[in-house]
Design a protein. Sequence first.
Length: 82
Amino acid sequence: MSGGEGWHPEQAVTREQTLKMFTIWAAFAAFEEKSRGSIEVGKFADLTAVSAVIMKIPEMEILRTRCVMKVINGEIVWEVPR
């Protein structure tokens, strides 16, 4: 992403690194990697679904994505009204 004053693009992290920071690495830091942090059989299904494939869309479009569903322990706790 290009940035304005105060931004240091050379210190930016990749999308993959960002995803891991909020998922598996966070679970590992909390000693919960056996039950959280990735979508696998036997783990809690805690996830957020967004309106676009953020790993593939242009960087500036990521800012326009919206949450469409939140799932905690396999149960939908919020979704965009239909």
